[in-house]
Design a protein around this ligand. Structure first.
Ligand SMILES: NC(=O)c1ccc[n+]([C@@H]2O[C@H](COP(=O)([O-])OP(=O)(O)OC[C@H]3O[C@@H](n4cnc5c(N)ncnc54)[C@H](O)[C@@H]3O)[C@@H](O)[C@H]2O)c1
Ligand SMILES: NC(=O)c1ccc[n+]([C@@H]2O[C@H](COP(=O)([O-])OP(=O)(O)OC[C@H]3O[C@@H](n4cnc5c(N)ncnc54)[C@H](O)[C@@H]3O)[C@@H](O)[C@H]2O)c1
Lengths: 206, 206
């Protein structure tokens, strides 16, 4: 079982190794990885040992092999089909974010209740009325939903998602959700990113 | 020195303890905290020990004292003044996010180069032209800047921030920034949140 702090770092390693591949770098040492990412080299070696030893004496670790191993563990070796519920400011920014597509997360639908938004297309993604949720989740084979509605709508949205076939929810709507009936949930609160920033500003460790 | 994984959890503890205070709860045990947050009770006790023992035998930990201690460590016991550079979809969603204000992060200015956006007000926050950056950072005493411009504008924006008096940057613009001349930097990539979600969907641990 991989510990949670290591899982958090896997995404950062994957982002770095993907950059290296696009620069044509084939091998890398744990020391180089540690320096680039501001980590302790022993921690990097311990993390990489969780998914097999690819290091070659004198060469270091094979970047392509590491990338493939990490992708399998994170589940990003396949494409996931995404929908956004609540296509206001935040929802629109996420529907159009290129960083999702390059990691295999493909936005395929948006949902809203505002008549001024329903029926439009954003970057080729159609905005449906929330009433069509179950029908579109099935026809578009949607795996993951991002919720960017007001907090007051969250409970109603979650009720409709149960039994819809959706397997994961990324929740921005401001109330902490726990896992529901086989749907994995991750809650995002960007205020936490600011608190982590003020921690390094206050402790001058950055 | 507090280890990074503990610092990550401090924000989650603070959010939980703030909810408890609003519900009038005065004491809590490490077991209750562990259950609510899906952590191991020994881990919770270890984390809380980093900032002093407030547990009273038979009562548990004083919630208000814990909140104050954590806030001092994270730097959220004071108010921070925020600006957003790039007031498009993402920038506007962050300028208006109530979750910032409730933790002491007060949006006071926006900046953009688009003539259709400059001069407007969002929730009482004025959108200035980017040319006025240095002047407004000084007059509005801005501590932290959130960057939500396109990736191509990032280097130009960072050049202007050096020497402007800003102490921290939260960067969404898609290119990894390292700390620059005394400015603490934190990079946010929401694709990482999706990867962490697919990790728990793939490993059914959630
Ligand atoms: N977690 C974070 O870090 C974070 C950051 C910024 C904003 N937010 C939150 O995200 C939400 C969206 O913010 P915004 O600035 O985009 O607001 P917004 O008002 O621009 O967008 C909300 C959208 O949701 C739609 N909506 C309302 N009820 C709905 C329902 N039942 N089904 C489908 N759509 C529905 C509205 O019509 C609107 O288009 C807010 O709750 C805000 O607090 C969270
Ligand atoms: N990191 C993440 O997780 C994440 C998620 C979503 C979007 N994004 C990124 O955030 C950025 C904004 O996304 P959006 O959907 O809001 O785009 P947008 O086009 O709606 O907004 C960009 C804004 O920046 C302004 N701008 C351009 N150059 C500027 C400059 N030099 N100074 C000031 N303002 C300037 C534009 O006029 C526009 O208003 C994009 O780079 C996008 O890729 C990142």
């Amino acid at each position: 079982k991989i510990p949670a702090p290591t899982v958090n770092r896997l995404s950062l390693y994957l982002k770095y190794f993907s950059e290296l591949t696009s620069q044509g770098v084939e091998y890398i040492s744990s020391g180089q990885v540690a320096e680039k990412m501001g980590l302790n080299p022993a921690q990097v070696r311990k993390d990489l040992a969780y998914f097999g030893k690819f290091g070659r004496r004198g060469f270091g670790y094979g970047v392509e092999q590491l990338k493939q191993e990490i992708s399998k563990i994170l589940g990003t070796h396949r494409q996931w089909r995404l929908a956004v519920i609540g296509t206001g400011n935040l929802g629109r920014a996420l529907l159009m974010y290129q960083g999702f597509l390059s990691r295999g997360f493909k936005p395929v639908a948006g949902f809203d209740v505002d008549p001024d938004k329903v029926g439009w297309e954003l970057d080729g993604v159609h905005i449906y009325h929330f009433d069509e949720l179950e029908k579109v989740i099935k026809s578009q084979k949607i795996d993951i939903v991002i919720i960017t509605t007001p907090k007051a709508s969250l409970d109603g949205v979650m009720e409709r998602l149960k039994g819809s076939g959706v397997k994961g929810v990324l929740n921005f709507a401001g109330k902490h959700l726990l896992e529901a009936e086989g749907i994995a949930v991750r809650n995002v609160d960007l205020a936490i990113e600011l608190e982590q920033l003020t921690f390094s500003m206050t402790n001058k460790e950055s």
